[in-house]
Design a protein around this ligand. Structure first.
Ligand code: ZN
Ligand code: ZN
Length: 438
């Protein structure tokens, strides 16, 4: 490619960096979906069509069953003892009550200990739950290798876990395998990095910033105790988002991360560790297809939520005004915080120190207050931020005075997180082909 083309690419990219074109406005609508769930196919405790039925009956439009290192394809049977053990002996009876015979397939003998229930493949349950076109199942897999969990939404074929000598290399190899399949099958598959604070070490913002191929991550995951808010040893996921996005824009010439909320639900029978209905995304698309959903995500035309409903999110690129309109609710107060980093931010940082050993902790460094700072806070149902032009990016978080319907210690008040806007890729460094595709 002619190197003189690069600045033009950057400009084209800027123009495409946020929100839909005006012409799409009237035709598009909001769709609600969860891109991270589990079933009996891996370590969940319910049948796939029961899980889909839960989401459909709770007002969702799309769902990805993202079981660990498996696609629900082919003939698979599970012994009732295992189903009972996982579900407190509840799943099978509920399954019979909901779908009954002949849908529910069994074989073997209870007395002899050989009684098994068929776990239906995705292709078999799609006609049942999608029916009238008001609900969409998107094939997915949680590609899981040690501490690295990456969801591949709209996957076509199984991708086995990809090993690497480090967390970074494992992520790189997983993203590469997804990209290879995407190109080979001519199918847009969207990876997102799950629960970055899970486990002893998690993934640092510096590591994530350098992994510019990863465009999406979970700013909220519904599993109780997976570190969304951080700890004395580690930043919470919002600060991880800000540091990563700041480093990408200022050092890597790459776009900021986009944030999702998901359930990562495993428990459908009363157990509260990973129950459904805690985190989802709302996105604007013209139709309910995997392609249009992925397209909206790549445009950044979506927000993450644990309860707050937004009627509109607009970034006026000419006037540089970011507007968030919140669905009003009686006696509920909303506070919108516009967060970002300015171009001339104080770049100093230092490792966090373990108070017991006095040694640096192996995780994201501590940065100056300039990184992920609050630009403005607004109360009410409409919040508007006028960019000054010196921002690297701006994002908005809306916090409600109301509790979520299914709260956790990490989700105390309902929230919504919009995507970073007002950013531009300033140099031709980084991966320009990524810039073109996003
Ligand atoms: Zn996971
Ligand atoms: Zn999961």
């Amino acid at each position: 490619m002619n190197p003189f083309c690069l600045p033009f690419l950057a400009i084209a990219f800027l123009a495409a960096s946020f929100a839909r074109a005006e012409s799409q406005e009237d035709k598009s609508q909001w769709f609600k979906g969860n891109l991270h769930t589990h079933t009996l196919w891996s370590d969940g405790d319910d049948f796939p069509e029961m899980v889909a039925d839960w989401y459909r009956s709770h007002g969702y439009h799309f769902l990805a069953l993202s079981d660990h290192n498996v696609l629900s394809i082919g003939d698979r049977w599970m012994n009732i003892k295992e189903i009972d053990k996982r579900s407190g002996s509840k799943a099978f009876q509920k399954y019979i009550d909901r779908f009954g015979s002949p849908w529910v397939e069994t074989r073997g003998d209870r007395e002899a200990g050989t009684f098994e229930v068929r776990l239906k493949p995705l292709d078999a349950i799609r006609p049942l739950v999608e029916g009238d076109g008001q609900f969409l199942m998107i094939p997915s897999e949680e590609i899981t290798e040690k501490g690295v969990h990456i969801n591949a939404t709209n996957i076509g074929e199984l991708i086995p876990p990809q090993s690497g000598s480090s967390i970074v290399e494992t992520i790189q190899n997983t993203l590469k395998a997804i990209d290879e399949q995407s190109k080979r099958l001519g199918r847009d598959i969207i990876p997102h990095l799950n629960h970055p604070n899970l486990g002893d070490k998690g993934i640092s913002a510096e590591e994530l910033a350098a992994l510019v191929q990863d465009e999406f991550f979970e700013v909220f995951n519904g599993v109780e105790g997976d570190g969304d808010l951080g700890s004395s040893r580690r930043h919470g996921l919002e600060m991880l988002w800000d540091i990563t996005s700041t480093l990408r824009l200022s050092e890597f010439g790459a776009p900021p991360l986009f944030g999702l909320a998901t359930d990562d639900s495993h428990d459908y029978h009363g157990e509260q560790k990973a129950s459904p209905g805690r985190g989802w995304i709302m996105l604007r698309a013209k139709e309910l297809t995997a392609e249009s959903i992925i397209e909206a995500m790549r445009r950044g035309d979506f927000y993450a939520s644990t309860g707050v409903v937004l009627n509109d999110v607009q970034f006026d690129k000419l006037r540089k005004v970011y507007t968030v309109k919140i669905e009003p609710k009686d006696d509920v107060e909303f506070t919108t915080t516009f967060i970002g980093t300015r171009r001339n931010f104080d770049k100093t940082s230092r490792p966090r120190i373990d108070p017991t050993s006095g040694k640096p902790i192996e995780s994201t460094r501590d940065y100056s207050k300039d990184v992920g700072m609050t630009f403005q806070q607004t109360k009410g149902n409409i919040a508007q931020y006028q960019l000054t032009g010196d921002e690297l990016y701006v994002r908005a978080v809306v916090t409600s005075s109301e509790k979520p319907s299914n709260p956790t210690t990490e989700s105390i008040l309902q929230k919504a997180w919009t995507q970073p806007v007002g950013w531009e890729v300033e140099t031709s460094r980084g991966n320009t082909s990524q810039a073109e595709s996003r």
